[in-house]
Design a protein around this ligand. Structure first.
Ligand code: CP
Ligand code: NVA
Length: 374
C-alpha cells in the first residue's frame, strides 16, 4: 500500500533533494531545497483533515502535512479527555484486529499500542521476534501478504527503515512504524502533545517555541524534526562530531524549515542549542543494536549530559523531555527527577497518541471536543 499512498510529487521532490545532496555544492543544494520547498506548497493534503487518513501507512511524519499532524493531536487529546476524564466508552475498533510485531525490546510502544487497541474495542496480537517467522524463515513480502488477510492493521518495530517500508509496500492493510533505526514518529506525537499540555496556559500555540536537542543524531530527533518544524517549532540540534543527523534527514529538515519559516540549527556545541530553549530533549547515547559501540560513544558524548548547570542557559520556563528508557549518563538525576521533567506525562501520552493513529488509519473518528491550538 505504501507506494499508492505516498504523494508522488512529494516523493519526486525528495528524490531530487537526495540526488542534489550527494552531487552538488552546499550553495546549489540550498537553492535546490528552496525551489523544492516552494513546489511543495502544492502537495498539502485536503482541507477536511479526518478524511485523508483511512487506509494510509504511518511510517514517518515526513509523509504528513502540518494539518494532518494537528488533526492526529486533536484526536489524541479528544480520546484522552473523553476516555480518561469523562469516563466515556468508545469502541469503534470492535471486530478489528492488529498484529503488533516487535523485533526489538519495548515497554512503552508495546504496552500503549496493545492496551490502546483493546481499549478501543479491537483485538491486538503481540508477536515478538521469536514468535514470528519474519526475517528468519519467511520474507517480509510473504509476511505482509499473509497478515493482510488475517488482521486489519500491522505495527512493526524493526531495525532498518527499509524493512517497514518493504512491509508497507506489500501489505494491503495500514502499516505503523513502531520504531526503526531512522524514525520513531509515534514518539514525536506524544512529545508534541506533552508540550502542548504543558504550555497551553502560557502560550496561545506552539508556534515559536524553542526546542533544543542535546545528544545523538538518531531516530528520535529525526522524527521530532519532521513533526515540530511544520508546526512552527524552532529546532536547535547539538550532536557530537561523527554522531550528526543522517544527511538526508538534515537536508529534508532544512527544506521544512524554509517552507514553514522555522529555525533549524545544527551545532556541535550543546550550550548553543540550549540557549533560550523552552524544551530540552535528549535520548540514550546507545540505541538498541549499538551496544558494541558503547565505549566509543561514552567517550564521544563527554560534555553532553543534561545537567542543571547546562539548563541555566535555557529560557526561564524550560522543561525536560526524554522518550525513555533513560540512563544517567545522558541526563543527571537533578534534571530527570525535577519538577521540570515531564517524562512520565510524555510516556502516558504514548497511549493516547498511538490510539489516535490506529483509529485514524482504520476509520474516521470525529472528535467531539474543541480543536486545540497547536
Ligand atoms: N520510547 C519508547 O519507544 O520506549 P519503548 O522502547 O519502551 O517502546
Ligand atoms: N534511540 C532509541 C530509542 C528507544 C525508544 C533506540 O532506537 O533504541
Amino acid at each position: 500500500m505504501y507506494c499508492q499512498k505516498f504523494d508522488n510529487i512529494f516523493l519526486c521532490n525528495m528524490a531530487f533533494v537526495w540526488k542534489q545532496f550527494t552531487r552538488t555544492s552546499p550553495s546549489l543544494l540550498r537553492q535546490s531545497l528552496l525551489s523544492t520547498a516552494s513546489r511543495c506548497h502544492s502537495t498539502e493534503r485536503p482541507v477536511n483533515p479526518g478524511d485523508g487518513f483511512v487506509g494510509k501507512d504511518f511510517l514517518t511524519l515526513r509523509d504528513f502535512s502540518a494539518t494532518d499532524i494537528r488533526h492526529l493531536l486533536w484526536v489524541a487529546q479528544d480520546l484522552k479527555t473523553r476516555i480518561k476524564i469523562q469516563k466515556e466508552r468508545i469502541t469503534p475498533l470492535s471486530g478489528k484486529s492488529a498484529a503488533l510485531i516487535f523485533q526489538k525490546r519495548s515497554t512503552r510502544t508495546r504496552t500503549s499500542s496493545e492496551t490502546g487497541f483493546a481499549l478501543l474495542g479491537g483485538h491486538p496480537a503481540f508477536l515478538s521476534a521469536s514468535d514470528v517467522h519474519l526475517g528468519v524463515s519467511e520474507t517480509i513480502h510473504d509476511t505482509a501478504k499473509v497478515l493482510s488477510g488475517l488482521v486489519d492493521l500491522i505495527l512493526l518495530r524493526c531495525d532498518k527503515h527499509e524493512e517497514v517500508e518493504e512491509l508497507a509496500k506489500h501489505a494491503s492493510v495500514p502499516v505503523v512504524n513502531g520504531l526503526s533505526e531512522t524514525f520513531h514518529p509515534l514518539q514525536t506525537l506524544a512529545d508534541i502533545l506533552t508540550m502542548k499540555e504543558h504550555f497551553a496556559s502560557r502560550y496561545a500555540s506552539l508556534d515559536g517555541l524553542n526546542v533544543a536537542w542535546v545528544g545523538d543524531g538518531n531516530n528520535i530527533i529525526h522524527s521530532l524534526l519532521m513533526g515540530c518544524l511544520p508546526l512552527g517549532i524552532n529546532m536547535r540540534v547539538a550532536t557530537p562530531k561523527g554522531y550528526e543527523l543522517f544527511p538526508n534527514v538534515a537536508a529534508y529538515a532544512d527544506l521544512l524549515a524554509n517552507k514553514h519559516s522555522t529555525e533549524f540549527l545544527v551545532t556541535n556545541d550543546p550550550l548553543e542549542a540550549v540557549r533560550g530553549a523552552n524544551v530540552i530533549v535528549t535520548d540514550t547515547w546507545i540505541s538498541m543494536g549499538q551496544e558494541e559501540e558503547k565505549a566509543a560513544r561514552l567517550k564521544a558524548f563527554e560534555g553532553y549530559q543534561v545537567t542543571s548547570k547546562m539548563c541555566e542557559e535555557a529560557a526561564s520556563d524550560w522543561v525536560f523531555l526524554h522518550c525513555l528508557p533513560r540512563k544517567q549518563e545522558e541526563v543527571a538525576d537533578e534534571v530527570f527527577f525535577s519538577p521540570r521533567s515531564l517524562v512520565y506525562q510524555e510516556a502516558e501520552n504514548r497511549k493516547w497518541t498511538v490510539m489516535a493513529v490506529m483509529l485514524s488509519l482504520l476509520g474516521q473518528h470525529t472528535p467531539t471536543t474543541e480543536q486545540p491550538r497547536f
